[in-house]
Design a protein around this ligand. Structure first.
Ligand code: PMP
Length: 451
């Protein structure tokens, strides 16, 4: 009862602060599916409607200021409205927005990209992480002459039909830890697609399955930091995956949509010292504009482009000048200021260790996982080292935790996922840590009162 009252008070106070957002949301629900352009933006009692952003801060249309720890789900690695990016898009906009013809920025961007990405001599540019994994899968199939693609349970690789399987876990449908069952994450995905997929568990059995299916398996894709749960994959696991796939004649794709240019200039490949055959990108490399990319060797790219039956490379907006102006400015700034990576990682480490020490001292069942500038809170005892571990927590309390964070002025997505940027100052970090601690105590107290 007490928790319900607490939650109602919280929801009411969030509602009272955001009347204009509530009106927008009510209107949006009548004309947009679920009122949103992406389900990931949902929030209780309603999402706030963004008005403007600057550096590490975001303001809603009611004038409330939040510390932005969403950073557009990892896009804004330099923060809102970074001067280098703003200058680049201003300059590009004065010359035209889109041409339907090649332009020099494509080459400038691609040169920076391949200089930094260990597995890439060439890069295919598209419009989103979803398009990137779609093209990555196609490249693996075309190059290998095999059809089947393996993904890991809990892995997220965008929202096309070949990716949207077993991202969300359902205890009653998910199968055993050794042989997990493929479950679609959306209505409208043909059942026949299942025949082209193989689901791997995030444990040793994955290697056996890859060997068993080697003759039909084009490639394996993995997020080097499992997005669900912000769980860094063990280095030894990735090394083993590299060895096993190479030996089995199966390609390895790192989905670096989140980790690319975020864990470091060379992304997860550099961070772990494990080089995949190809890698997919998105988010940060577009500097705030929609982008996707696939990087691979010149040999692989020429095989799928110069053969009798080339893969299709298309897209009205692919290589958009505005996107590449912002992306080129972002990659250039990151390349010229590589110390920012150590600074962001130190802040992320400090946030995780402060939170985890606090939880331990107070005897609260909570852990913040993650790596570098990416973190996520789980309300259970450690460890959280597999997507299945996340099922074992009180999701109502997790929901309360999110409401408290928002109440305390922190913007994180509905599924807690805290992303830091180069714009987060030491003061911002202390605010974020304080708010996480206060919200943890309050939500666990509410849980205790309920039981
Ligand atoms: N892969 C990963 C690892 C992602 O996290 C995402 C998006 N969160 C995607 C692919 C899809 O990217 P987009 O939303 O740009 O289509």
């Amino acid at each position: 009862m007490h928790q319900q009252r607490e939650r109602k008070v919280l929801l009411d106070s969030l509602r009272e602060r955001t009347p204009a957002s509530e009106r927008c949301y009510m209107k949006a629900r009548t004309i947009l599916p679920g009122g949103l352009s992406s389900g990931a933006r949902a929030f209780d009692p309603h999402p706030f409607y963004a008005h403007r952003g600057q550096g590490s801060r975001i303001w809603d249309i009611d004038g409330n200021e939040y510390l932005d720890c969403c950073m557009s789900f990892g896009v804004l690695i330099l923060g809102h409205r970074h001067p280098a990016v703003m200058e680049a898009i201003k300059s590009q906009s004065e010359r035209g927005l889109i041409f339907g013809a090649p332009h020099e920025m494509e080459i400038k961007f691609a040169q920076k990209f391949v200089q930094c990405v260990p597995c890439a001599d060439m890069v295919l540019i598209c419009n989103s992480g979803t398009e990137a994994t779609m093209q990555g899968i196609r490249i693996m199939r075309a190059f290998s002459g095999k059809d089947k693609i393996a993904k890991f349970e809990g892995g997220f690789h965008g929202w096309h039909d070949y990716a949207l399987w077993s991202h969300n876990l359902h205890p009653e449908k998910m199968g055993t830890p050794e042989r997990p069952t493929l479950v679609p994450d959306s209505a409208g995905i043909p059942d026949a697609v299942k025949e082209t997929m193989l689901l791997l568990p995030y444990n040793e059995s994955a290697f056996t399955l890859i060997e068993e299916h080697a003759c039909e398996l084009a490639g394996v894709m993995i997020e080097p930091i499992l997005g669900v749960g912000c769980i860094p994959v063990e280095k030894s696991f990735l090394e083993r995956l590299r060895q096993v796939t190479r030996k089995a004649g199966v390609l390895l794709l790192f989905d670096e949509v989140v980790t690319g240019f975020r864990l470091g200039l060379g992304g997860a490949q550099e961070y772990y010292g494990v080089i995949p055959d190809l890698a997919t990108y998105g988010k940060a490399i577009g500097g705030g504009f929609p982008i996707g990319a696939v990087g691979c060797s010149a040999e692989m790219m020429s095989e799928v482009i110069d053969g009798d039956m080339p893969i299709s490379v298309a897209g009205t907006f692919s290589g958009n000048p505005m996107t590449l102006a912002a992306g080129n400015a972002t990659l250039g700034f990151l390349r010229d200021n590589p110390q920012m990576y150590d600074e962001m990682a130190a802040k992320g480490d400090h946030m995780r260790s402060s939170f985890n020490e606090f939880a331990q001292q107070k005897g609260l069942p909570a852990i913040m996982t993650g790596a570098a500038s990416l973190s996520q809170v789980h309300l259970r005892e450690p460890p959280v080292s597999n997507p299945r571990d996340m099922l074992d927590q009180d999701h109502k309390t997790l929901h309360d935790f999110q409401l408290y964070l928002r109440y305390n002025g922190i913007f994180t997505p509905r599924i807690h996922w805290a992303v830091l940027s180069a714009a987060h100052s030491d003061e911002d970090l202390e605010w974020a840590i304080r708010a996480h601690k206060v919200s943890l105590e309050a939500s666990i107290k509410a849980q205790a009162a309920r039981s």
